[in-house]
Design a protein. Structure first.
Length: 52
């Protein structure tokens, strides 16, 4: 939706983003739940543990 050139479509898109961010800010961030909180495994090959 970033390549929309129609001014009306851009205004609708922007209004939807503003409405969602005001009424439910967690809705936008919920999509990143599995990405933003990811951590690498505790035991890596460099830690000296045997390779499985």
């Amino acid at each position: 939706m970033t390549a929309v050139g129609n001014p009306v479509a851009v205004a609708v898109r922007d209004a939807l983003i503003v409405a969602v961010s005001r009424f439910g800010p967690g809705l936008i961030l919920r999509g990143f739940a599995g990405i933003a909180d990811w951590r690498p495994p505790e035991h890596t090959y460099a830690s000296g543990t045997p390779r499985q």
